[in-house]
Design a protein around this ligand. Structure first.
Ligand SMILES: *Cc1c(COP(=O)(O)O)cnc(C)c1O
Length: 380
């Protein structure tokens, strides 16, 4: 085995090069060292500021509202579907990966009418086809798109999709979970009914909290739509307007961490600063991996700077489980592939990671390849 020194975060944890949960800063973790009651004024104010900051990120002051929700990201995705698509609505789901497929499943659970427009996992969703489908199907009320499909790391053409949906005057629902905070999403550019994301991806908070940012005019029309009480975003929104409080026990520690994470996001220069660091991470990663002979699934033009999918080498000596364990033992946690189109693994560029961690991971990968006795990464 390689003798490289074990890398670790300032709190002694391995670095998470994954799609989440992610490595957080010591100050974000420290923010959780307090117990606040849900009616504590300090907490209530912090919660209100958090919701306002989220609206600022999309430049939606005065036009958009934000509503938080307990749970992992999927909870708020499901809440968005249940709230914004009424029982007599019909949704067109643009699918090119596992997260799009999960939304199809949610529509099945909720018995929402839908049609699917699917492209392969390594092909962006098709805005031209979308235009034709909307023209031919006047009964489609909403379109759902995943901004960055974390399954492959592909960037979907959000602006084109938004323009087409707006032209046909339908509602756009966006799963921006793995993109929010790192890739541009401005209400002056992108027209949408609702967008959802979570505390623990590019905003680098602790996991446990999702949020929905919606145009107020779309939100006011969702009353009574939700088939679920706990996932009822309209009810959560109205209750919070009235009482400034969450309907059910708020994840207070997660919110404290998230408020600190948002401060650090703003200090880094908002979307351009955060996205810039991730772009640097992904450039270091891709060029280092290509130097070693690894191949990316996606051409650079389709790759979002969030997570990168690499084809699994075909060298018989390359054992993924050993590779994964060896990297983890050196302080770098990567992620298995989730693709149906190719055997692959993934390495994330997000979370509290910089050039030093990306280069450290590359060094560990090089060490593992040498440990396997592979002189040339091959694909045949
Ligand atoms: C992470 C993610 C989600 C939510 O996943 P959870 O495991 O429920 O947090 C949803 N959509 C996308 C695109 C994601 O990357």
């Amino acid at each position: 085995m390689t003798t490289a020194k074990k890398a670790s975060s300032p709190t002694g944890d391995p670095f998470l090069l994954t799609p989440g949960p992610l490595t957080t800063s010591p100050s974000v973790k420290e923010a959780m060292l307090h117990d606040y009651g849900s009616r504590d004024n300090t907490f209530i104010e912090l919660n209100a500021n958090m919701l306002e900051s989220l609206i600022n990120i999309v430049n939606g002051q005065g036009t958009h509202v934000s509503v938080p929700l307990q749970g992992s990201g999927s909870f708020v995705v499901e809440a968005m579907i249940g709230n914004f698509v009424p029982a007599d609505g019909k949704v067109l789901i643009l699918v090119n990966g596992a997260y799009g497929k999960r939304i199809v499943k949610m529509c099945d659970y909720y018995k929402r009418h839908y049609i699917v427009q699917e492209t392969p996992e390594d092909v962006p969703v098709d805005a031209v086809q979308l235009d034709k489908t909307l023209a031919a199907n006047a009964d489609i009320t909403h379109v759902v798109v995943v901004y960055c499909e974390t399954t492959s790391g592909i960037l979907n053409p959000l602006k084109k999709v938004s323009d087409v949906v707006a032209k046909h005057k339908r509602g756009l629902l966006i799963d921006a979970m793995s993109a929010f905070g790192a890739l541009p999403l401005d209400t002056k550019e992108i027209t949408f009914d609702a967008v959802v994301a979570s505390s623990n991806k590019c905003l680098e908070g602790a996991p446990g909290l999702g949020f929905c940012i919606a145009s107020e005019s779309a939100m006011v029309k969702t009353e009574g739509n939700s088939p679920s009480l706990v996932l009822d975003l309209y009810d959560q929104w109205r209750a919070m307007q009235k009482t400034k409080q969450w309907r059910f026990t708020p994840p207070t520690h997660v919110i404290l961490a998230f408020a600190q994470a948002i401060k650090e996001f703003e200090a880094e220069g908002n979307v351009s600063g955060r996205g810039g660091r991730y772009r640097d991470n992904h450039a270091v990663l891709i060029s280092g991996m290509r130097d070693m002979g690894f191949k990316t699934l996606l051409p650079d033009a389709l790759q979002a700077p969030i997570i990168v999918t690499f084809h699994m080498p075909t060298n018989p000596e390359f054992d993924f489980d050993q590779f994964y364990d060896g990297l983890r033992d050196q302080g770098y946690v990567i992620y298995p592939g989730k693709l149906t189109v190719a055997n692959s693994f993934r390495i994330g560029c997000i979370g509290r990671l910089g050039k030093e961690q990306m280069e450290g991971a590359l060094g560990a990968i090089k060490g593992m390849v040498e440990t396997f006795g592979i002189s040339q990464i091959s694909y045949d």
